[in-house]
Design a protein around this ligand. Structure first.
Ligand SMILES: C[S@@+](CC[C@H](N)C(=O)[O-])C[C@H]1O[C@@H](n2cnc3c(N)ncnc32)[C@H](O)[C@@H]1O
Length: 234
């Protein structure tokens, strides 16, 4: 990969919320703990991918590390990567405090990570792929496919649009209003920024990309704004 070419995408430049800012990192962790049951989410994913003691797993866009820390209790080795060094420092400290020692936290991303460890059985990514424009999403998915062992599993959840496009203004307003009512004004503002500045795309785009990358996949969840795919390397 010509990642040193002048035209190569710079994935370290943050889009939307600046996760390189340490105050945003702390705030993100607090907000997520309030809004999401992060342990339950992690346990559900661990069950869905049938993570076992002998497996090694890579998480891309680990954020504050909640999933990787939980996964580390169930498998041999976790590699947790994020383009934000602030996120990585925060997640590493959290793992240390919890006495978790089988996670390697590294500053790297979808387009830059080079794997040098145990062959990967599983790759997981939640709410991170939308940081890349579509062309680079496809490059990222091809790389993920190559990183996995034959028969390996890729689990991806993200903000993905499945509403009828004719209704987009109503659907988006409604999404932001619901957010305001259920989880507060801060989340509503983030949702606004997500739509305006980040690169979430249509379900049919993501699904065609997964297919063209070589994956066979099941849709584990889909609503107007989120989708989860369980993918297997052919
Ligand atoms: C919305 S947070 C999600 C964090 C975590 N996965 C979760 O579910 O809470 C998105 C994360 O993706 C990271 N990110 C953005 N672009 C990335 C890239 N190209 N490669 C890897 N991580 C990236 C951000 O720094 C941020 O930590």
């Amino acid at each position: 990969m010509k990642s040193n070419a002048k035209w190569f995408y710079n994935e370290t430049v943050q889009v939307g919320t600046d996760y390189q800012d340490i105050s945003n990192v702390h705030e993100y962790d607090m907000k997520m703990a309030k809004f999401r049951d992060v342990t339950r989410e992690a346990t559900d994913i661990i069950e869905a991918i049938s993570l076992r003691r002998e497996h090694s797993l890579l998480e891309i866009g680990t954020g504050t590390g909640n999933f990787s820390i939980e996964a580390a209790k169930h498998c041999n080795k976790v590699y947790a990567i994020d383009v934000s060094s602030a996120m990585i420092t925060y997640a590493k400290q959290k793992a240390q405090k919890m006495g978790i020692s089988n996670v390697s936290f590294l500053q790297a991303g979808f387009l830059s990570y080079e794997h040098n460890g145990y062959p990967l059985d599983m790759i997981v990514s939640n709410f991170a792929l939308h940081h890349l424009p579509d062309f680079w999403k496809m490059i990222a998915l091809k790389r993920i496919y190559q990183l996995l062992k034959n028969g390996g599993t890729f689990y991806i959840g993200d903000i993905v649009f499945s509403f009828p496009i004719e209704e987009y203004d109503y659907k988006i307003d409604n999404w932001i209003d619901t957010m305001k009512q259920n989880v507060g004004i801060d989340f509503a503002k983030e949702a606004e920024m997500h739509i305006k500045e980040e690169y979430s795309t249509f379900d049919w785009v993501i699904e065609e990309m997964l297919h063209k990358s070589g994956f066979i996949f099941d849709i584990l969840h889909k609503d107007d704004f989120t989708a989860v795919y369980y993918c297997k390397k052919n």
